[in-house]
Design a binder for this molecule. Sequence first.
Ligand code: NAD
Length: 732
Amino acid sequence: MSYDSWKNAEKVAVLGAGTMGGGIAAHLANLGFKVLLFDISDDAAKAGLERTKEAKPPHFYDADSISRIETASIESDLQSVAQCDWICEAVSENLDIKRSLFERLENIVRDDAMVTTNTSGLQIALLMDGRSESFRKRFMGVHFFNPPRYLKLIELIPTASTSADAIRSMTEFLENRVGRRVVQALDTPGFIANRYGMWCLYQAIHTAEKLQLTVEAVDQITGPFLGRPRTGTFRLADLIGFDIMEDIAKNLMTRCENDPYLPILQAPASLAKLIEEGRLGNKTGGGYYRREGSQFLVANLSSLSYGQPSEDEMPAIAELGSMKLGERISALLERRDEVGEFVRCHIPPILEYAIKLGPEISHTARDFDRVMKWGWGWQMGPFELLDAIDRSALSKQFSPTAPPPIDRYYLDGKSYDFDKGAHAAQQDNPRFAEVASLPVSHEGQGFKVREDGLGGVVVEITTKMGVLNPDTVRALDDFVQRNLEKPITIANAGRAFSAGFDLTFFISAAEAGNFKEVESALEELQRLGANLRRALSSAAVNGIGLGGGLEVAMHCRTLVADPEALIGLPEALVGVLPAGGGTAILRMRSQGDAKAMVSACMTIAKGDKVPATAAKQRLFLRQKDVLASNPDQLLYAAIHADRAELPPLDWTPAPPPLAGMIDQQIQERKAKGEFGEYGVVIAEAVKHIFTKPANYQEALALEREEFLKLLGRPMTIARMKHMVETGKPLLN
Ligand code: NAD
C-alpha cells in the first residue's frame, strides 16, 4: 500500500482534549488543517478547547485558527474519524484506555489513514496487541513536546510492524506540512528526549545539592554558559512542573530496572520536599523560584525559604564566556573553583551516560544530538561535545565502569551509526537547506552572495542583527541593479532578518548637522526598494523584521516569514517615521477604504510590531505573502517563492474626510495617553503622507522631508539615544 495520499491530508482527528491534545489541535489548526477534537464527551472536549484558548503563551495564532476546530465525543461521534486522514491519539497515559480505543478505531478508520500515539511512557508495540496487520503497518508513535506550537522536535517511533513506506510518508508529512523536525527513535522507555534529558536535569539538581551551590549560581552555570537555554536547571524544572518530572522519572525507574545509572532519578531532597508541600513549579505559583509582584524570589536549596537572588556574575563566566563551548568546558574541567567543581561533577557523568545509552536508544549519534538540540535547546548534543572537549581531562572523571567512547563521533561529514558500528552518511530533507551551507560567490559590504543551486542567489545580510547602514544599502542596491535577471532571495543566517536601520548613524549625522547625508541615505533606501520591485526578488524574514529591514522585504515580489517572527515599522518609537517607502506602501495597501487608511496611519504613528501571524491584517504583509509552515524550511520556501511581476503602484487620492478622521483618532489616542506629547507631532507627520501627495513619487519625497524635519528636533534625538542606551522606547 502507498501512503502518498497522506501528503495531501486535510483533516485530522485528535483524540483527547487535554494538555497535549488541545495543544496539538491548536498547532494543526494554525497550519490550516481541519481538526476534530475528541474527548470522553462533547462537554469534556469543549472544556478542553476552552482551556486551550486560555493557554499562555498562546497556542492559537488567531480566531481563524480556532474556527478550524470542531469538538466531538468519543462515545457518540467516533464514526466521524472515518472522514480523517490522520488519527492522532493523545488521551490519558493509560495502557488499557489507549488499547481499547485503538480496538474501537480499527473498524472505523479509512484504509489509507495514518494512526499515531503521543504516549511518552508506554511501550508503543504493546498498544497494537490484537490489532490487524493492516492497522499495525500504519501505526507509530509520534511524540510531540509541550507546548506543541513552540517545540519543533518530534520523536517518531515505529514498531517492528510499521511499514517503511508509512515511516517515510509520515516523516515527510510532519516535516513539510506540520512544521516539525523528526528524529526516529527506538521503542525504548522514554525514547531519547525523556530518558536522557530528564536524567541530565536530575543530575544537575543532585550536583547542586551535593556542592551546596545556590539555585541562581547553578542556573548561571547551566544556561548559555554551558550551551543551554537561559532557563538553566531550576527555572527549567519550574517550567516543566515537578509532577511531570516525577511521573517520567518513576516510569523510567520501573521500566529500566537494569540500567545502573538510574539511581540519579531518585528525587533530590529539595525536589521531594517541594513536591510534598505542593510547590510544583510555575503551575502552582512557585517552585525553586517565586514571583512576588515585580520581584523574582529564589528558594534556598536547604531551607527552601524564598529570598532575594544574588545578581553577582561568577568570575569564571566573565573570564571564559567568550571561548568556544568545547574549549570552555575543557578549561572548566581543570579549573579550581566552584564552577570548575560543578562542571567536573556534572559534564563527565552526563557524557558517560550518553556513551552508555547511545546504541540502546538511538540509531545514530546525530539523532541523539538532534534530540538534545531541538527538544532541550542545547547548543551541542552530547556526542558533538565528546568530539569538542579535551578527552584526557574528561576521561579522568569517568567512572571505572564507564563504557569506552569511540575516537570521534563525527568524521568527514558522517556521524557514527550505532546500528552499523561505523560512520555513515545520513540523508536529510533538502528543504532544510540553511543559508550558511550555500557556497559563497561574492562578498559585499555587510552582505554575502551565495549560490542557491537553482541559478539564483541568496543575499545574506551579515551585519549584527541585520542592521542596515548607508554603505550596505548602497552596495546592495548596486548588486541588485546589476542582477535584475537573476532570482535574488534576501535572507539572514542569524537570529534576526533585520532589526532596522542603524540609529547611531542618524544620531551622529543630526548632531553634526549633516542632514544632506541622511537625505541621500533615505534616497538610496528608497531606490533599493524600487529596484527590488523590478528584480526577481523574494525575502525570507526570520526572527525580527523591523523598520528599514522590513521596508526592504516589503518591496520584494514575495515576502516569506517565519510565523513566529516579530514584524513591524516601529520608527515612531524612535521619533521618526518609515521613509524607505514603508509609509507610502501601507497607505497604498489600505487605500479605497477610509477606515482601513486611518488604522494603517495609526499603526505607523504608534510604531506597532506584531507577530507575523497578525501581519497580513496589519498590511505589513500582502495576501500573496507566505507564512512558512516549517520555520526551518523558510529559506527553501523563499527560494521557491513566486517572483511574478508586481502590479503598478496606482495611487488613489485620499478621500476628503480622511484628514478629519485621522485628527479625531489622534485626539482620542492622545486623551488615552497612548502617544506622549511628541507622539502627536509624529502622528501629524504620518497624516501628511497619507493625505497630501498626488502620487507615489510625491509620497516618497514627502516621507524624506517629514523624516528630516523630525530628525532635526531634540525630542527625536532623545528618543533615539534612549533606545540605543536602554533598548526601550522613550515616550516623551
Ligand atoms: P491530560 O490528562 O491533560 O489529557 C488527557 C485527556 O484525555 C483528558 O482530557 C481526558 O478526559 C481524555 N481522555 C481520557 N480517556 C479518553 C478516551 N477514552 N477518549 C478520549 N479522551 C479521553 O494528558 P496529557 O498531558 O495531554 O497527555 C496525553 C498524552 O500525551 C499522554 O499519553 C502523555 O504521555 C503524552 N504526553 C504528554 C506530555 C505533557 O507534557 N503533558 C508531553 C508529551 C506527551
